[in-house]
Design a protein around this ligand. Structure first.
Ligand code: G1P
Length: 892
């Protein structure tokens, strides 16, 4: 096998190039717009195109469908009446040549934000194709594809072009549910510019509906001239005995194509468009533009073709597309000594936006789910969006609180409209015990960036049975954001297992820990809740001080959980905690009264502090473990038999990364402990063949008393892969506690692994995980991107808010600075674009420097020194008349 070169960046906006791209099978690339057109495309132009679960223009694909041609865009040439050649590489002949030593074709990918270009050159036939695909950034749901054909030889080439895109035109559910029957619904028409299908019904045995959605494949040559005719019926196009890799209509140059204005009902459809035969002189080039469109209502598809299907129109929208994404991402930019890393980060920055568009369902690896994304994903993607587009995100955050239930759980599937929540995937009611913890993290970031403490006082409703919770008087009940936080945290605080950690329930962050519903405990997330309680107390102190607020109103029922106020409490006792919780549940079961009580902030703060501190004490006393070999780290879990998961075991020491991340991030671990965690993780979890720190050691056991993940082969996904999300959170936790070098290593291992394309086989960007063979899996749609962006901006470059003021606290290593000792970051803060340049002329390491001087637009400004960070008054930024500020920071 040929060794594949690394991808190479070729521009300033993430544009990259990969040679011999056809030597890799499982790659795909996203093409999308914010009107929810979602495509996936491979180097052979396979992949699907859809706007949602029920509207797939091309047949839905999972990873293993990526190498078949049923979902492939194709463009055929019959050359000189004898050779059949697919410009996309999808002919039987091209596949049969794939492993020969004498490659006839060179195939190269170039891609950027968000376009995909494949150049394929055939040295025997002297022909080259260059195919560019993208989705325009306006509100049209169409994917465009330009095919340029060039005669690279000395002789004339006569070509007969046929474009062919199979149209699936229905719901993903119909892949197995009545695949054939649903083709009988197809009403297929030929129009001037192409083939249109509008099924009569949207097929669903629970209740068929009249269908309104149409699908079309349209085309024109570079001057916009329409095709000569069409082969819209798939079985006619491939012919008896043929297939999509050797279609009769092309191979035999059939000329019985249909003209515009025909209608054929009840067959599988293909957008097969025959163009006029042309002769290309030596060096001459010709191009065609195709559009695959989905329309929710009746539209004039010929008009749509006129809008897009010609050379200059294509170019215009392509330029618009590049500008759009470039601008969208221009709000964050890095300039470090490693320019390649900076470019790689462009793709990471794009990823949270991609997950907002695709949810966790609509790219080939994510072949589960029916759209939308989960609760924790939603909140974590907001972390990145807060750095990129702060304005709409505050509304989004506010709306999201309406998904919280009064029992502390929440709706699990998020719809596409703000505040639209659905109860459960596949109608299975499950409670993930980590869900209550994420909103506070995100809201804290929002408040720190904006200073908007009043957000905490906003009133919001609660979720109940698909709508808003009502009180006993049948009125919609509302409580403040603070109250929502209390409900989320306190219900878990008292819901402990035998070992006094929060119950694991149906899982935590790790979806794979789903078989320990009774006795399982997540120590890891107990730590996160613990630090949240303390963070909330800090926010309330700031609220009290800055807004002169002494008391707030809370649901009467909550007084049961605020037990330190006026009652004796005993947090060492599991029985005590469970009793308090059953008291609360009993009360809520009868319906919420709607009555409020007044609580002083002082009492509330002290209650939260007692609770948070009791957790930290417990963790360090009971969950800090030592192995026989003398290695120390935290235990992260208990299984459903109430057995501790980590530490010595006859099958080898057991350790999880998750168990370490949260106590470190929380600040429960002291410096010594953090160093011991780092040493243990290096010893038991680090493996550079998979990009760094694995999620867990090999338990060599199918632990049916803990979760499905033990059924996965070791080294895959949640069973011990390098799982980017947890690894990046580990890095974040280390940076946060001042362990810059250790934190840097975690990210660097991932990055170095990914850029070794021959091993990682993943395009720029961070994949969800690296599998046992070192492959990057589940690219694009992963929460690790948000955390990585957050870590690079707020920890490594150290630019973040603190209750509205600007903190500058870089933890850049010496190696991050260029030869002049400079490193720069661009980010938004207080609605201004900050261009921050660090000057480290003495080339010092992170531990050796501190902010000495800060100049804003050339003027030195005063700042307060808080340990090593510089705190700059918000007004110095916000009140500046300019949109963009230049900030120079001298480090020494
Ligand atoms: C995915 C899921 C996330 C879950 C994680 C671990 O992570 O989206 O909800 O917590 O697996 O099971 P991601 O792809 O976001 O990194």
């Amino acid at each position: 096998m040929r060794k594949l070169d690394k991808w190479k960046f070729i521009g300033d906006n993430g544009e990259f190039k990969v040679e011999n791209i056809d030597q890799s099978t499982y790659l795909y690339f996203p093409l999308a717009n914010e009107a929810e057109m979602m495509s996936a495309i491979t180097p052979r132009l396979h992949g699907d195109i859809k706007t949602g679960q029920n509207t797939f223009a091309m047949r839905p694909v999972s990873l293993e469908d990526l190498h078949n041609t049923k979902s492939a865009r194709n463009f055929w040439l019959k050359i000189n009446d004898q050779h059949v050649w697919s410009a996309a590489g999808n002919s039987a002949a091209q596949f049969s040549n794939q492993f020969s030593d004498e490659a006839e074709e060179d195939v190269e990918l170039e891609a950027g934000l968000l376009w995909h270009k494949i150049t394929r050159s055939n040295s025997k036939l002297n022909v080259q194709s260059e195919i560019t695909n993208f989705v325009p950034t306006n509100s049209d749901t169409v994917e465009l594809m330009r095919v340029k054909i060039k005669n690279t030889g000395a002789e004339e080439l006569k070509i007969e072009p046929t474009a062919a895109v199979p149209i699936y035109g229905r719901s993903a559910d119909n892949l197995r549910d009545h695949r054939h029957v649903t083709s009988l619904l197809h009403r297929t028409k030929t129009i001037e510019s192409g083939v249109v299908v509008k099924p009569t019904l949207s097929f669903d045995e629970r209740g068929h509906k009249q269908n309104e959605v149409s699908y079309a494949v349209l085309g024109g040559d570079e001057n916009g001239k329409a095709p000569a005719g069409f082969f819209p019926v798939l079985e006619d196009y491939i012919g008896d005995g043929g297939n999509l890799e050797w279609p009769e209509a092309v191979v035999k140059s059939l000329d019985n194509y249909l003209a515009a204005g025909e209608e054929i009902d009840g067959y599988e459809t293909v957008g097969a468009l025959r163009f006029d035969e042309v002769t290309l002189k030596a060096g001459e080039e010709i191009s065609y533009v195709l559009a695959v469109a989905i329309a929710e209502e009746d539209i004039d598809f010929d008009q749509l073709a006129a809008k897009y299907c010609s050379g200059d129109k294509f170019e215009k929208y392509l330029t618009e597309n590049r500008d759009y994404w470039q601008q969208k991402l221009a709000v964050v930019d890095f300039d470090s000594a490693d320019q390649e890393f900076d470019q790689w980060m462009k793709w990471v920055t794009l990823q949270p936006i991609l997950r907002r568009i695709y949810g966790c369902s609509f790219l080939p690896s994510h072949d589960y789910g029916r759209g939308g994304r989960g609760w924790r994903d939603l909140w974590q993607d907001c972390l990145a969006l807060l750095l990129m587009e702060p304005e709409p995100v505050s509304d989004l955050l506010y709306n999201n609180f309406s998904g919280v239930r009064i029992d502390g759980s929440n709706a699990t599937i998020i719809g596409s409209e703000p505040g639209e929540f659905k109860a459960d995937r596949n109608d299975i009611k499950r409670v993930w015990m980590d869900h209550g913890a994420w909103p506070l993290l995100t809201t804290k970031l929002y408040i720190d960036q904006s200073g908007d403490l009043e957000f905490l006082l906003k009133e919001q409703s609660y979720f109940e049975a698909g709508s808003e919770l009502k009180d006993k008087n049948d009125e919609i009940y509302q409580g403040s954001v603070i109250e929502h936080f209390l409900v989320q945290h306190l219900t878990h605080f008292f819901d402990v297992g035998e070992h006094n950690n929060f119950l694991l329930k149906n899982g935590d962050w790790n979806d794979g820990l789903d078989m320990a519903e009774n006795k399982g405990e997540s120590v890891a997330f107990t730590a996160l809740y613990g630090s949240n309680l303390l963070e909330l107390a800090e926010l309330l102190k700031a609220l009290a001080a800055e807004k002169s607020i002494e008391k707030i109103d809370l649901a009467e029922e909550l007084s049961i959980l605020l037990d330190t106020i006026e009652r004796d409490f005993n947090y060492q006792s599991v029985d005590y905690k469970r009793e308090v919780l059953s008291d609360y549940r009993r009360t809520c079961k009868q319906g919420i009264s709607g009555r409020k009580i007044e609580i002083t902030l002082t009492d509330l703060i002290s209650d939260l502090e007692s609770k948070g501190q009791s957790i930290f004490d417990h963790l360090n006393k009971n969950e800090w473990i030592e192995t026989e070999a003398g290695d120390k780290f935290y235990n992260g879990y208990y299984d459903d038999d109430g057995q501790r998961l980590e530490g010595d075991h006859p099958k080898g020491v057991r350790m999880t990364l998750t168990g370490q991340v949260f106590p470190v991030m929380a600040g429960a671990a002291d410096e010594d402990q953090i160093q011991q965690v780092v040493d243990s993780a290096d010893k038991y979890l680090k493996d550079l063949s998979v990009g760094g720190y694995r999620l867990n050691t090999d338990f060599k056991e199918l632990k049916t008393n803990l979760g499905r993940l033990f059924g996965f082969a070791y080294g895959h996904k949640e069973n011990g892969a390098m799982f980017s999300h947890m690894a990046v959170m580990y890095s974040n936790a280390l940076y946060k506690q001042g362990f810059a070098e250790a934190g840097h290593k975690v990210i660097d291992y991932i990055y170095q692994h990914c850029r070794d394309f021959d091993t990682s086989r993943t395009y720029p960007g961070i994949p969800e995980y690296i599998n046992q063979r070192g492959r990057g899996m589940y690219p694009y749609l992963t929460g690790s991107a948000s955390w990585l962006l957050l870590t690079v901006v707020t920890q490594i470059f150290g630019v973040r808010g603190e209750l509205g003021n600007l903190i500058i606290d870089p933890k850049l290593l010496k190696s991050h600075f260029d030869d002049q000792g400079e490193a720069a970051v661009k980010t938004i803060f207080a609605d201004k674009l900050l261009n921050i340049t660090y000057l480290n002329t003495n080339q010092l390491e992170a531990a050796e420097y501190q902010v000495q001087e800060v100049k804003i637009n050339g003027q030195a400004v005063g700042f307060e020194n808080k340990s090593r960070a510089a705190v700059i008054e918000r007004s110095l930024i916000a009140d500046s008349g300019e949109e963009e500020l230049k900030i120079e920071v001298v480090l020494s």
